[in-house]
Design a protein around this ligand. Structure first.
Ligand SMILES: [Ca+2]
Ligand SMILES: [Zn+2]
Length: 402
């Protein structure tokens, strides 16, 4: 790969970002118009064969019991806008099947893929919003929540009348709907995000067009998106292993669940492990790489380290827990190398998903960290600063030769 491609790739990887966010629902005073099923004398709103009184989520047929954090049989539900080609859909599903079979199929999961076409995006929004209304998973005005949802997803290119647009949307020049925000991204940029929703009991993800699965239109191979898909699914695993519903709003206005940990560690784990898994799958014959894909894991980590060293002069005394989204020192790159350091230290490349995250519920984040990695977070910060002073060839020795 030549240098221009390398730089472009670096930019694309940076643009692919994500966050865990969540919003409060407010469904207390909705009136349900029943077309419901009946079991004996008992109502079964969602017709899943479980009466309301016994049903964990009486309005959601995918959740008759609490399966948060459990491996489930139900396949992930993946939605594609109608302008997305079969080739892209096939590539996406192939990678999702691979990562769920490797890391566990956590559910229920919905993944919404936007294309570029506005009408197709509005059609997708209708499916999304009807489901939210049916399942009482609304965050909008109870008076006209289906239309409000459509506006919320697709503003300013929504398909319903402007009387459904709340005044605060019109007053905010930067307001863009949750789906429209992804649809409007122009390739070769892209974005994908895990958007919760713990309070609905589901994993909810949204992506812009996964164009990399369709040949070399923009000069990228499918591996560029495979790592993004793996990255997002690693967040799902992290989220599934955390049971808490308690949230707080952090300093960059992200709503996060207690136990999620510092942004640099969540993003760093996803960013390092997504690369590690790709190269492991290739080695094991589980992933057929593109003919022109000639990177090694150490190449990718070398580029990340070069970026870290470039940024380091702007944050010479950084603490990993302070590197949040938007920081001049990227939580993705600093975190990825921090995680690589930790996994090498305990000689277990699978420790995040197999040891650490599942122990947070019981111990809390920082105690689980100490128990898993054998040092306090402060000690980790100090050791990591020392590690960053080493020559790059020495640093790369901790990365598996894949
Ligand atoms: Ca039911
Ligand atoms: Zn991420």
């Amino acid at each position: 790969m030549n240098k221009i491609n390398t730089i472009l790739l670096a930019i694309i990887l940076l643009i692919f970002s994500c966050s865990e966010e969540s919003a409060d629902d407010n469904v207390d005073d909705l009136v349900y118009d029943p077309e419901n099923c009946v079991i004996g004398n008992n109502i079964d709103y969602d017709c899943d064969g479980v009466a309301n009184a016994e049903d964990y989520r009486p309005k959601d047929p995918s959740q008759s019991e609490d399966v948060w954090g459990k491996i489930v049989e139900t396949k992930p539900e993946v939605f594609f806008a109608s302008d997305i080609s079969q080739k892209i859909k096939d590539g996406f599903m192939s990678d999702l099947n691979l990562i769920t079979s490797e890391l566990g199929n956590y559910g229920p999961l919905e993944w919404w893929n936007l294309g570029r076409d506005i009408d197709a995006a509005n059609e997708l929004a209708k499916i999304y919003c009807q489901r939210r209304v049916d399942r009482w998973q609304q965050t909008f005005s109870p008076d006209f929540y289906y239309e409000s949802c459509l506006v919320n997803m697709m503003y300013p290119n929504h398909s319903v009348g402007d009387e459904h647009v709340p005044p605060w949307f019109k007053e905010d020049p930067n307001r863009v709907g949750d789906f429209e925000n992804y649809r409007a991204i122009v390739p070769p940029s892209g974005n994908a995000g895990l958007n919760g929703m713990r309070e609905w009991g589901i994993h909810l993800l949204t992506s812009s067009l996964p164009y990399s699965y369709d040949d070399n239109e923009f000069g990228f191979t499918k591996e560029n998106y495979s790592t993004t898909l793996f990255h997002e699914y690693i967040h799902v695993v992290q989220s599934a292993n955390l049971y808490s519903t308690e949230t707080f709003v952090d300093e960059v206005n992200n709503t996060r669940r207690v136990g999620w940990g510092p942004t640099s560690m969540a993003e760093g784990a996803a960013s390092y492990v997504n690369e590690f898994l790709l190269f492991t799958f290739i080695k094991d014959g589980k992933y057929i790489k593109s003919p022109t894909f000639d990177r090694k894991l150490r190449d990718v980590m070398r580029w990340k380290m070069e970026r870290v060293q470039g940024m380091l002069q702007n944050c010479p005394n950084f603490k990993l827990q302070d590197l949040n989204y938007g920081n001049i020192c990227s939580p993705y790159d600093f975190g990825a190398w921090g995680v690589a350091y930790l996994l090498n230290k305990i000689d277990n490349q699978y420790a995040m998903q197999e040891v650490f995250w599942s122990s947070i519920n019981e111990l809390g984040y920082y105690q689980a960290f100490e128990k898993t990695f054998g040092l306090t977070f402060d000690e980790f910060n100090s050791e990591y600063h020392e590690f960053l002073k080493l020559p790059i060839e020495d640093q790369l020795l901790i990365i598996p030769d894949l």
